[in-house]
Design a binder for this molecule. Structure first.
Ligand SMILES: [Zn+2]
Ligand SMILES: [Zn+2]
Length: 185
């Protein structure tokens, strides 16, 4: 039985202020794709223990843990968005991290803002990338794994080129799988 009044919560936890309209755009997009209404939650606090001074980056796993410590009662999912550069120990960076079939996800704009040479990209391109990565990480929380179809938003992205190459949508297979997975929730 589907539970009514449950939401995907989006929260900005970056160091800088979020660019005007970005969260709204993410909210509309993920709401449509997952068929779950999204809400923007304002948070003033920031995770304090996630920064690794030797790497100059933030542990996505620690931030995720922080996000999950205080989840709204009517939250179906909670997704944090940050401008901090994220890492997990085995990789130089990650665009985001999610609990597979869990509640929480995080995405960073830090690498999505830059081209491969480290130069800033146009805002429209950055926003399109962010929409894709938010859908991707949320897709994991709904139980979707990486998809072999390179156009599918659930395909794995190692660089912004991969992100640019994929569409913002789920392929047909992932879409039907999502419906099955959502029925079981
Ligand atoms: Zn992934
Ligand atoms: Zn797919």
């Amino acid at each position: 039985m589907a539970d009514f009044m449950s939401y995907i919560y989006l929260m900005w936890i970056g160091n800088e202020k979020v660019e005007e309209g970005v969260l709204q755009e993410v909210k509309d997009n993920v709401g449509g794709i997952f068929g779950v209404p999204a809400r923007i939650k304002k948070v003033e606090e920031r995770p304090s223990d996630a920064f690794d001074p030797t790497r100059g980056q933030y542990s996505s796993t620690k931030i995720l843990r922080w996000v999950l410590r205080d989840v709204p009662k009517d939250a179906k999912r909670v997704m944090a968005i940050t401008d901090c550069d994220l890492y997990i120990p085995v990789l130089t960076f990650v665009f985001g991290e999610a609990q597979l079939g869990g509640k929480g996800a995080i995405v960073s704009t830090a690498r999505l803002r830059l081209d491969l040479n480290g130069f800033p990209c146009p805002s429209r391109l950055c926003r399109a990338r962010l929409l894709k990565e938010c859908v991707h990480e949320l897709g994991h929380t709904f139980g979707l794994s990486h998809c072999p179809s390179f156009r599918c938003v659930m395909s794995r992205s190692n660089s912004v080129l991969d992100v640019d190459a994929k569409s913002g949508n789920l392929c047909r297979d992932c879409q039907s799988l999502l419906i099955e997975l959502q029925k079981k929730e």
